[in-house]
Each structure stands twice: as structure tokens, then as C-alpha cells.
Design a protein around this ligand. Structure first.
Ligand code: SF4
Length: 814
């Protein structure tokens, strides 16, 4: 019998439990079960970066529901629609249960021995021919810390390849980059608890209401009580979040730096900086002051379209607030000048001295549940423990820890970032690409290129996932993976809070945890340390966690004071957790000391305009020695702008009911029914200009590809269109609809994060007969894509009946 404390599809954030600044956020336990559980097992939601703690209900060996954990620091019992419904993916009959190997052009069932031996044989062949530089890994932000650390060790110390990165490059690379630029190391300075205290919240490119619904509930509850915080939202769309703003700034695409510079200008002009803090704890302020001098409200309006008076209103709040929490996400990270813009948010806090104090913090957000772990454990373009690839002493520490020669660990250049890994695959220097828990055939930019790379004859592609995704369908070997609820591990949320998530049920069929797959590969490859002992000395998740603790010792993300026992005993705990901070650390930098010392910093930094790295010598010559670094940036025009041929801006993003490419949420009937299809959102003005009504089929073309979507009119500025990026072809191969058919292969010079938030496009009413009559150009490409996706059935005669609507009670953002 279904038990549900509320219908979270209709009532996304639940009833208000107002609380005033300084009070404790009242608990409210959200629960949804389809049968009465026999037992409850501790877990953590993995469907966004909030990391809400929960219990997993189990009956007869199956997951039958979840309930929030009332005592947890992050969610105080609450769960959002994804958390309450997403677990249904575990029980899907479509889960992968056996390995698959491509034989005679078709994926066919195989044994684990056959699949793993084939991977090992390919690995050895490639190493013999061209060293381990021929092997690359493209991992995820959705595994557990223990799995990433094991992967990091086998890649860096076992194979010795620098080619390992995560899809975190697409989602949070800019968060890491901006934190390194300003503070010397990755790691969120603030805490979600600062929201309980703050006077002002600033959301920059972050639609928190849709992306982290429980975090938004916390803010809504502050807004519903007396003396609510002021809310400033910077977003070109009128989102759920923006509906509640005290001031909503709607900049044109690609102008975040201009707007942030305008706000910095206003604070400085108002004389509201903190000179004592700047003097004692920062370097670089004078240059910032000089750079932002010309960013008057009128100048910013000319660049961004934000009315000067709106900017002044936001500037006045920011200049006078006593406390401030800022959050930043994809509207900044996936846009032009990503790192430069994110750094200006850090600068705002630094010039006002609003950091490290109760109620004041920066949350350079993550998108995925364990993106923080990918970055801290070295499974992406970073070294474990936020070590600096360019610091020989940091490499020596790792070599000693792993007992391997220093030169076994690749450190002659920065670890290869994902966009470059894909380029090497395209060029042919990487011959084996191993993909885990991510779906680049939908999530990467410029999809026709990505499909082409995955289909290259000479590239051996391994995909490890729970479902036969669009990417898995193109693989040479598919490994069935256990997912959340079927394995134990830890993950760290946007507040540096570490949670444990335990195995509640067995995985389906022969599916194995990612950890077991990595351990099996390491054993079969016979990776050894320099004493001839197995390189990887652990056999289970807790063993991996203990090994990771040793690696994190003395680093900013110090886990040495944590244990599984401690994590199971109560709430999540925020790192660093060590002898000095046995109960964890709520916010960083309370003492005004930042990890920028040359011997300690994670990075020597970059030029924000060009991405050129700062050398060790240059950095040491002006060692900030524990002070934060204020770096300024000028606004630059985006590289592709609308013109006569492609007159509209495209921006892409997410919806409240789905996570990533729906590889989990797409298997929940309720979530899928609430948001069943992609659409193109456009303004009434643009709709009228093109003669479009709500629900009409629209052909959207960029220089790289086309999609066909239903029109959704309203809640967006003229000149801008929006398409959610979740939708690929696995459940609808009838038409090209993935937003990334249209996006650009370009990336931020510092974080290397691709630009999903802008591209020039044109739109027209889609008429199958008209399109079929044309050939060549973008429409020709549309036909080619449609032919392939529909198995040669020709131009889709799309239905003229009303579009598949979200349930009337569900809400579509925008
Ligand atoms: S807010 Fe995020 S972590 Fe929390 S229940 Fe929703 S999807 Fe899960």
C-alpha cells in the first residue's frame, strides 16, 4: 500500500515550517513507501548535490521506499520529488544484469570473466604499443568516494595515465577552479547552516528551487517567517527561484562578469568595503578596484541589458547587508567567462569581509551528489587530497603513500581534462576509453561529434552503467553496475558534509559495484607497489575509506577523524575532521587564513582571460602566504553571438523532476509523467514573430545540429530560447531532441568547462513535408539524424494532436 506524506509531484517543496534567523530549522519527515518495509537501512539521496540523509525501506529483498532522516544537518527529514521517487529505478526490469560484448556488430551477453579479460587484454595491447597514454577514463559525479579513490590510485599509480577526468568537468569544474583561484584550494567556504542566520542570499546562475528542492525549502521557510532575508537572483529566466526575489537581475547570456563587476563597483563606490580585512587577509584588491571602476550601472546596462536602477537596488543590498550567503551554479559555470565570473562572487565576499563568519559563506555549488569526491580523491583532473601536480613535494607524498616510484605518477603536465581526453580519442592517440556512470552521448556538447568518436573503429569503448544508455549502446563492452542502495560508500555534499549510504539490497542479476569492478581490474592487471605487493591493499568499501583517510591527512579535506562507525551514529559530518576538529568544521576560514601558501596550495593559479598557468617560480615570488587572492577580470564578448542567420540565443538547463540524462529519474513513472518530454521555451514576442502557438512543433537549428521540440511560450526574455538537456533517444527515437545536438565544443580557459549556456540558433515551425523536400545544410543533417534514430523510417510525421503535457498538477520551471 502506498504511503506518502505528501504528493511531492504537485507539492514540490512541501508545507512551510517558518523559522526566524538564529532558530533551528524545524524537522519535517517526508516519506514515501509502496509497501510496509520490514527494515530500514541508512542511506543518502544521490539525485543532486544536496545529499539529503534518509532511510531506505526494504521488504523481501527489494527497496520499497524512503523516509528522510529528521536528525540530519542537511535536510532535517525533508526529501524532494526526486528523492521520494528516484529509487524506483533500482527495481526497473530494464536494469542491466549481465556483461555485454560487441560481437558481429551486436552487443551480446557474456560472462564477467570474458568481459574483464577482454578489457585487460586490450589494456595490455595498448600499453605494449604506446604506453598507458593510450588509455583514458571518463568517470562521473555519482559514484562513492571509495570508488573514486580506488580508481584514482589504479589510474595514477597502477597504469600511470594522466587521462582521467569526470563528467564533473561538465558540471562543477568551475566551482573547483574558482575556489582554487581565490582561496588556494577547492572546498566550500560556507555551510548550508549559514542560511539559518543570514540577512541576504545571492543566487548567481543558480535555480535552487528546481535543482536542490530541499535547500530551497529551507530558504522558503526563512522567507515565510518574520524578518526574512533579502533575496537577489541573477538569472536570465523567470524561474521558480526568481519568483521570490527581492531583486531579480536578468542579464543577457554571457554577461555575468559585467554584472558582477557592476556590483563590485557599487560596493566600492558606496565605501562599504572592509579595509581592515582586505589589508590583513587578501592580496590584489587595488587592481580589482581599478578594473571595476568603469563598470558603472549605465555601462553594465549597455553590456548586459540589466536596467541600471535594478543593478543599483541589488548593489545597495549587497553593500549594506551584515551577512551574506552566495550560491553559484551552472548559469555561471557553463557560460562564457565561467571561472572569471565565479571568482567575482568570491571577490564580493572578500571586499566586504563576509566570509568564515556565521551567516556569511560562499557555496560554489556542485550539480551531482559526489562531484566533490571526484575532485578531492583524484579521479578527475586533480590529484588526491587537493595536491598540486606542479609541486614535486606533493607528488613525493603520494609516491610514498602508494609505495611507487615518483615518476610512475604522471605529473609532467596537468592531468588531462575531459574535453582534451575526447579530443585525443578523436585524434586516435587514446585507443581505450572507459566510461563509468555517465551518458556522454546525451550530456556532452555537439553530440554528432561525440557519437562519431564513440563509434570509431579503432577506439575500444567500455561503458559501466546500470542501464543500456545511449552511450552504452555504442560501446564495445558494457559492464552492469550496482547503484545506490545496492552498495556501501560515502559521499560529500555541497556543504563538505560527509554522509554514508549503505547497501540495503542485492544488485540485480550479476551486476557488481563499481568498486568491485575496479578492484577486479587492478587484480587482473596485477598492479604492484615497489616491494612487489599488490598496489591496492583493500578489498571492500571500508578498507578503501581507511586508505583514503591516510591520503587526506594534513590536507584541507582531512578525513582522518571520521569512521564508518561515526557516520552511522548520527548526522553527516563536514570536513576537515581530525584531531583538531573531531566533530568536523562548519565553515572554513574563520581565522582569515587561506590555503594559499606556496608549499600548500592546490594550484599556482591561472590568468583568468587566457587560462595560462602561473609557474611555481612566479607564484613563489609573490607568495600570498595564507591570504586570499583577489583576481579581477574584464568582460569579454561570447565567441558565438546571434547574427542574421542564427538570430536567437539558446541556453540549456534542467527541470525539477529530472536528474542528468534521466538514467535514474526516467525510470520513475511519476517523475517521467511530470516532465515527459523536452520542449523549447520562447518568449511571446518570438512566438508571435514565428507564428508559433503553445505545443507547435519547432525546428531549432544551430551551426552544429538540429532538434525538433514542442513550443512552450512564456517566462523568458525575448531573443532567448531554452531547452532542457535531459532527453536523449532511449525512450523516444522518433526525432532528434537532445539539446546538446546544438551546443558548442568550446570551454572556459581556466576550468575547461564546456559552454552549454549559449549558442546561436534559429527556429521555425516544423513541417515534415517541407523538411523532406529540402536537402543539404542543417535541415539535411536533421534528416540524416532522424533517419539514423528512426532506423531509416524517414522524416518523422510528428503528431498533430496536443503535445504530451506534464500532469496538470506538476510544474514546469520557467
Ligand atoms: S534535494 Fe537533492 S538530495 Fe535532497 S531529496 Fe532532492 S534530489 Fe535528493
Amino acid at each position: 500500500m502506498i504511503r506518502e506524506t505528501r504528493n511531492s509531484i504537485n507539492d514540490i517543496w512541501g508545507e512551510r515550517t517558518p523559522y526566524m534567523a538564529g532558530a533551528v530549522w524545524p524537522a519535517r519527515v517526508d516519506e514515501r513507501t509502496t509497501e510496509d518495509p520490514e527494515r530500514w537501512v541508512r542511506g543518502t539521496c544521490v539525485l543532486c548535490s544536496n545529499g539529503c540523509a534518509l532511510d531506505i525501506g526494504v521488504k523481501a529483498g527489494k527497496i520499497v521506499g524512503v523516509r528522510g532522516l529528521a536528525t540530519d544537518v542537511t535536510n532535517h527529514g525533508r526529501l524532494g520529488p526526486k528523492g521520494l521517487h528516484g529509487w524506483e529505478a533500482n527495481n526497473s526490469p530494464d536494469r542491466l544484469t549481465r556483461p555485454l560484448i560487441r560481437r558481429d556488430g551486436r552487443l551480446q551477453e557474456a560472462t564477467w570473466d570474458e568481459a574483464m579479460e577482454l578489457i585487460v587484454q586490450k589494456s595490455k595491447e595498448i600499453i605494449a604499443r604506446q604506453t598507458s597514454l593510450g588509455i583514458g577514463f571518463y568517470t562521473s559525479g555519482q559514484l562513492f568516494l571509495e570508488e573514486y579513490y580506488t580508481l584514482g590510485v589504479l589510474g595514477k599509480a597502477g597504469l600511470g595515465t594522466p587521462h582521467m577526468d569526470g563528467n564533473t568537468r561538465l558540471c562543477t569544474a568551475t566551482a573547483a577552479a574558482a575556489l582554487k583561484v581565490s582561496f588556494g584550494s577547492d572546498g566550500q567556504p560556507g555551510s548550508v547552516r549559514d542560511l539559518d542566520l543570514t540577512d541576504t542570499v545571492l543566487h548567481v546562475g543558480h535555480n535552487v528551487a528546481s535543482q536542490q528542492t530541499v535547500l530551497w525549502s529551507r530558504i522558503l521557510d526563512r522567507l515565510a517567517a518574520p524578518n526574512p532575508p533579502k533575496l537577489i537572483v541573477i538569472d536570465p529566466r523567470r524561474t521558480f527561484t526568481a519568483e521570490h526575489a527581492t531583486v531579480h537581475l536578468t542579464p543577457r547570456v554571457g554577461t555575468n562578469v559585467a554584472v558582477m563587476n557592476g556590483l563590485l563597483h557599487l560596493i566600492i563606490q558606496a565605501g562599504r568595503t572592509d579595509p581592515a580585512f582586505l589589508e590583513a587577509h587578501t592580496v590584489g584588491y587595488e587592481n580589482l578596484k581599478k578594473v571595476v571602476e568603469k563598470y558603472t550601472p549605465e555601462y553594465v546596462e549597455s553590456l548586459s541589458g540589466v536596467p541600471a536602477d535594478d543593478l543599483r537596488a541589488a548593489g545597495e543590498i549587497l553593500a549594506n547587508t551584515r551577512t551574506l550567503v552566495s550560491t553559484v551554479l551552472q548559469g555561471v559555470y557553463q557560460s562564457m567567462q565561467a571561472t572569471a565570473a565565479a571568482v567575482q562572487v568570491n571577490n564580493l565576499h572578500l571586499i566586504r569581509g563576509l566570509i568564515g563568519q556565521p551567516g556569511s559563506g560562499i557555496l560554489q555549488m556542485n550539480g551531482q551528489p559526489s562531484a566533490q569526491n571526484t575532485r578531492e580523491s583524484g579521479a578527475d583532473g586533480d590529484l588526491p587530497g587537493f595536491r598540486n601536480w606542479d609541486n614535486p613535494e606533493h607528488i613525493r607524498e603520494l609516491a610514498e603513500l602508494w609505495n611507487v616510484p615518483v615518476d610512475q605518477i604522471p605529473h609532467w603536465s596537468p592531468p588531462t581534462h575531459a574535453m582534451q581526453i575526447w579530443r585525443y580519442c578523436e585524434q586516435g592517440s587514446i585507443r581505450m576509453l572507459w566510461i563509468h556512470a555517465t551518458n556522454p552521448a546525451v550530456s556532452m556538447p555537439e553530440l554528432h561529434r561525440v557519437r562519431g568518436i564513440l563509434q570509431k573503429e579503432e577506439l575500444f569503448v567500455v561503458v559501466q552503467d546500470a542501464f543500456l544508455t545511449e552511450t552504452a549502446r555504442l560501446a564495445d563492452v558494457v559492464l552492469p553496475a550496482a547503484i545506490w542502495g545496492e552498495k556501501t560508500g560515502t559521499l560529500t555534499n555541497i556543504s563538505r558534509t560527509v554522509h554514508i549510504s549503505c547497501k540495503a539490497v542485492e544488485p540485480p542479476g550479476e551486476a557488481r559495484s563499481d568498486l568491485d569492478i575496479f578492484l577486479d581490474y587492478a587484480r587482473r592487471m596485477d598492479f604492484r607497489d615497489q616491494d612487489g605487493q599488490p598496489l591496492i591493499k583493500w578489498n571492500d568499501a571500508e578498507g578503501a575509506f581507511e586508505a583514503w583517510k591516510a591520503c587526506s591527512r594534513g590536507r584541507p579535506c582531512d578525513y582522518t577523524g571520521l569512521s564508518y562507525q561515526k557516520l552511522l551514529a548520527g548526522s553527516g559530518v563536514s570536513w576537515p575532521v581530525n584531531a583538531e576538529h573531531p566533530d568536523g568544521t562548519e565553515r572554513l576560514y574563520a581565522d582569515g587564513v587561506f590555503p594559499t601558501h606556496a608549499d600548500y596550495t592546490e594550484s599556482y593559479g591561472h590568468d583568468l582571460d587566457t587560462g595560462a598557468g602561473v609557474s611555481a617560480e612566479q607564484y613563489r615570488a609573490a607568495d600570498p602566504g595564507g591570504r586570499a587572492i583577489i583576481k579581477a577580470a574584464e568582460h569579454q564578448e561570447p565567441h558565438e553571438v546571434p547574427d542574421d542567420d542564427y538570430p536567437l540565443w539558446l541556453t540549456t538547463g534542467r527541470q525539477v523532476y529530472h536528474f542528468h540524462t534521466r538514467t535514474k529519474t526516467g525510470w520513475s513513472r511519476a517523475l517521467n509523467d511530470a516532465a515527459p518530454d523536452a520542449f523549447v521555451q520562447l518568449s511571446p514576442e518570438d512566438a508571435e514573430h514565428h507564428g508559433l502557438q503553445n505545443g507547435d512543433w519547432v525546428l531549432v537549428e544551430s551551426r552544429r545540429g538540429v532538434v525538433i521540440e514542442r513550443a512552450m511560450i512564456g517566462n523568458i526574455e525575448p531573443g532567448l530560447v531554452f531547452i532542457p538537456f535531459h532527453y536523449g533517444s532511449w525512450d523516444d527515437p522518433s526525432r532528434p531532441r537532445a539539446a546538446n545536438e546544438l551546443t558548442l565544443t568550446e570551454w572556459d580557459p581556466v576550468s575547461k568547462q564546456p559552454h552549454f549556456k549559449y549558442a546561436a540558433v534559429r527556429i521555425s515551425r516544423y513541417d515534415a513535408g517541407e523538411v523532406a523536400a529540402q536537402a543539404g545544410g542543417a535541415v539535411g543533417r536533421a534528416l540524416a539524424v532522424v533517419e539514423r534514430l528512426t532506423g531509416g523510417r524517414g522524416t518523422p510525421e510528428l503528431t498533430t494532436s496536443p503535445p504530451p503535457q506534464p500532469k496538470t498538477t506538476s510544474r514546469v520551471d520557467g
